[in-house]
Design a protein around this ligand. Structure first.
Ligand code: NAP
Length: 253
């Protein structure tokens, strides 16, 4: 029988997951598989093996971990992907597999920022009548129903894939994927006469330019806070932290 090669399953859908797959694939003697939900039509190349689609809840994921002889599960999903993160914690415990959560740090406001923290998209919608009517909404393609009743507002919605209805009646959609530059974001805010930006606290560099642009233009930003991690779960902030938890150093000379 051939010796067992340590198998790491990454729950992906983020740039950190992609970086981690590359780092692990460079390790001789590690098998790495990235799992994608299948929401994005052209997800781009990934190092190692890739599987696509849901597992069928925590129980299905636990079965997959056992069937594929997974040794470590790294949840590198988006900070707002709450269901899969809860399922990952339960499945890893059930299958007796080492679990690591990789979460990029959240954004922090500076002294010149005019941020309004809220706990949900519904709270963000409640706050909008305080500001002018033109809104740049970058909270993703799901959950826009929270804003659908705001008939007096004009929304510019930016997302990677088309938003799911219902959306507010006055909505213009821009399909785009980061990274974005401060110059382009400033132009977008100015050109569309935006009064307020709404964002999730996704963190990371790829989509942070809008915050710099808003600061420079003195615009308010409504920031939707992250859902909490499951009880007892702590996260590492970067790929190096995952490698350390897995007892692996950086690969290469
Ligand atoms: P979610 O609400 O937490 O998960 C819903 C269901 O989708 C899960 O129960 C699971 O189905 C399936 N799923 C999610 N991530 C998966 C993965 N990596 N591999 C296999 N199945 C997965 O997730 P979401 O917020 O819809 O996000 C879906 C994916 O998009 C995630 O991979 C996330 O990293 C990425 N993403 C999310 C956001 C965001 O704002 N939420 C932004 C950028 C990227 P089963 O129960 O059937 O296993």
């Amino acid at each position: 029988m051939s010796p067992h090669v340590p198998h790491v399953l990454i729950l992906g859908g983020t740039s950190e997951a992609r970086e981690l797959a590359a780092a692990l694939a460079a390790h001789p003697g590690v098998r790495v598989t990235t799992s994608l939900a299948g929401r994005v039509t052209r997800p781009g190349a990934l190092a190692g093996e890739v599987r696509v689609g849901g597992f069928g809840g925590a129980a299905g994921l636990a079965d997959w971990l056992r069937d594929e002889r997974v040794d470590a599960l790294v949840d590198a999903t988006h900070p707002f992907a709450e269901t899969i993160t809860a399922n990952a914690a339960r499945a890893a415990a059930e299958a007796g597999v080492t679990a690591v959560v990789l979460r990029r740090p959240g954004w922090r406001p500076g002294p010149e920022d005019r941020w309004h923290p809220v706990a949900s998209l519904a709270e963000a919608a409640d706050l909008l009548p305080r500001f002018g009517p033109r809104v740049f909404l970058t909270t993703g393609r799901l959950g826009l129903s929270a804003f659908a009743h705001l008939t007096d507002h004009r929304f510019v919605v930016r997302s990677v894939e088309p938003p799911e209805p219902p959306v507010p009646p006055h909505t213009e959609v821009l399909l785009a994927r980061g990274p974005f530059t401060v110059a382009d974001e400033t132009e977008l805010l100015r050109g569309n006469l935006i009064d307020v930006l709404v964002t999730k606290d996704s963190g990371g560099a790829a989509t942070a330019a809008k915050l710099t642009a808003a600061r420079r233009l003195g615009l308010p930003v409504v920031v939707v806070g992250r859902p909490p991690l499951p009880d007892g779960v702590t996260a590492v902030p970067d790929v190096a932290g995952v490698l350390e938890r897995l007892g692996l150093g950086p690969a290469g000379p």
